[in-house]
Design a protein around this ligand. Structure first.
Ligand code: PEP
Ligand code: CO
Length: 401
């Protein structure tokens, strides 16, 4: 039986999160600038339409039934510097190729949901960074502050939200063109971290009267901000978009069920995607009990594997990296654990770029080679060849599970 969570949706507003404790949000010193940006965002066009958002939710429900496969992938953090139509094209082409490989092997249509056109704001373990005895705020993504280690660049500036919004609009325009050219559907996703950006982009759908986040089709709550009583869950509760919950090693069945009560009181199929990110070592100890809790209570969820965020290592060069072997091992465990429980593996969540970067290691890229083309603003991404090889490997493996 579902515990009824009192969903006072009548009282919910895009500002409701402000009554809760909000982790990871920047401190904007210039409140006048923040107010002006909020007003400008409120007046700007929605980036996505509710009908497309509903369509994605239906496709995610199909993935939970094993009738489709969700591929969520793209940058860890989009940046202003890396933005170029050719880079958007390269990432789109990589995702499309991966989708075709998975579709061909599994016989399931692949739903493309890019971490793009909005994936800008980053949670950080430490709010400050110290270099050479100087301490400054950590870099939190180009929508908040800049990567250079100077006091001016590291200061959160509200105006950056407008630059990010404009980049999102242009990126979406390109993606829609590429999707039309290849007769595909393409949806966008990002972590709903920066609530002062999400709030003014939340709109009512005239057709249904429900609230929708218009910054992307799919929003997720991150591993560091998924407290059931926190501001980020309070925000996502009120929007009708499909939403994701990152589930890390600290996620307990109790906290997960509470989050499901809050975010999906009607137990609507397609509404919730559980994006698991435990690491190859920890997955076997944590995932089975979450699957069991969800199944016992009959909760509608779509299980997706993020084999990136639990498998970070630091190379001797100091670069953050991930080994593709670790990612493959975690994904195989994920598939095996779900199959053993009679649950469906609904998709994959990856960090990748179409650029020929050297950020993750494999048989061809050793830790020594990482500095050659290491461009990420945050976590290490698979390059195009690595993404395609990963898709080939996992698609072939899925046939056998
Ligand atoms: C991310 O997806 O880039 C991220 C920060 O993930 P997580 O919240 O799972 O750590
Ligand atoms: Co990341």
């Amino acid at each position: 039986m579902l515990k009824a969570y009192k969903n006072k949706s009548d009282n919910w507003s895009p500002q409701s999160w402000r009554e809760k404790e909000a982790l990871q949000l920047p401190y904007y010193a210039d409140l006048d600038a923040l107010a002006a940006v909020t007003k400008a965002l409120e007046a700007s066009a929605p980036l996505v339409m509710p009908s497309d958002t509903r369509r994605l939710k239906d496709l995610i429900a199909a993935a939970a039934r094993g009738e489709a496969f969700l591929l969520q992938a793209g940058d860890c953090a989009e940046s202003f510097a890396e933005f170029h139509p050719e880079n958007v094209r390269a990432t789109f082409d990589t995702l499309a190729q991966m989708a075709d490989i998975i579709a061909q092997e599994t016989g399931k249509p692949v739903v493309l949901n890019g971490r793009i056109a909005g994936q800008f704001a980053k949670p950080r373990s430490d709010s400050n960074e110290t270099q050479g005895g100087i301490t400054l705020p950590s870099y939190k993504g180009d929508i908040i502050n800049g990567l250079d280690f100077t006091p001016e660049t590291r200061k959160p500036e509200a105006d950056r939200m407008l630059q990010a919004y404009r980049q999102c609009a242009v990126t979406l325009n390109l993606l829609r063109g590429f999707a039309a050219e290849t007769d595909r559907e393409f949806f966008t996703a990002h972590e709903a971290l920066l609530l002062p950006y999400e709030e003014p982009l939340t709109r009512t759908d005239p057709a249904t009267g429900t609230w929708h986040a218009s910054s992307a089709h799919f929003l997720w709550v991150g591993n560091r901000t998924c407290q059931p009583e926190g501001a980020h869950a309070a925000f996502l509760r009120g929007v009708a978009n499909p939403v994701g919950i990152k589930c890390g090693p600290d996620m307990t069945p109790k906290a997960l069920l509470r989050l499901l009560d809050i975010l999906n009181p009607a137990n609507d199929a397609g509404r919730i995607t559980l994006i698991t990110r435990f690491g190859r070592e920890k997955i076997a100890a944590v995932l089975p009990q979450l699957v069991e809790a969800v199944q016992q209570q009959g909760r509608a969820v779509t299980w997706v594997c993020d084999p990136m965020h639990g498998n970070m290592r630091r190379a001797p060069t100091g670069h953050k990296t991930r080994a593709t072997a670790d990612m493959i091992a975690e994904t195989r465990s994920f598939l095996g654990i779900l199959a053993a429980a009679g649950a469906t593996a609904g998709g994959l969540h990856l960090e990748l770029t179409g650029r020929a970067v050297t950020e993750c290691t494999d048989d061809n890229i050793s830790e020594d080679a990482l500095p050659q083309r290491y461009f990420t603003h945050c976590d290490p991404r698979l390059n195009a060849a690595q993404g395609i090889a990963f898709a080939r490997h996992i698609a072939a493996y899925m046939k056998g599970v």
